[in-house]
Write a protein that binds this ligand. Structure first.
Ligand SMILES: [Cu+2]
Length: 137
């Protein structure tokens, strides 16, 4: 991962913290594979407000519907869909704005990171009446 390697430089790390949450999250992701960045993970989790907002990034698929139908998340959030139905479902971006999930069986999960602000509508390609929206800001 060349991007991760580049962010290991201390000067760049500090700049990333100051610039955006998405950058911090990227560094946190890197820290999982590069044990050399523990300070970054500690800095990011020191904000309880941030931690709380990041926890509300799950969409449950139940009774042929996405819950919540509209989910608002911070830039850089990872959204996780969990299928609690007995039927398979997919998560497909209406405008191809993020990668489509594979077919999700019962209790399967799919996650993607939203790095840019915007409104992302999606649907289930098996049951097109199932629609949802992710608002990133
Ligand atoms: Cu479906």
């Amino acid at each position: 991962m060349t991007a991760c390697t580049a962010r290991r430089a201390p000067a760049i790390r500090m700049q990333l913290i100051a610039t955006s949450l998405s950058a911090v999250l990227a560094v946190m992701a890197c820290s999982a594979s590069h044990a050399a960045a523990p300070a970054i993970a500690k800095a990011a989790t020191s904000s309880t407000a941030r931690t709380a907002s990041l926890e509300k990034t799950a969409v449950t698929i139940r009774n042929f519907a996405f819950e919540p139908a509209t989910l608002t998340v911070a830039i850089g959030s990872k959204v996780v869909w969990i299928n609690r139905d007995d039927e398979p479902h997919l998560v497909v971006s209406a405008g191809g704005q993020f990668p489509a999930s594979p077919a999700l069986d019962t209790d399967d999960r799919y996650a993607t990171v939203f790095a840019k602000p915007g409104t992302y509508t999606y649907f289930c390609s098996i049951h097109p009446h199932m629609v949802g929206t992710i608002v990133v800001k």
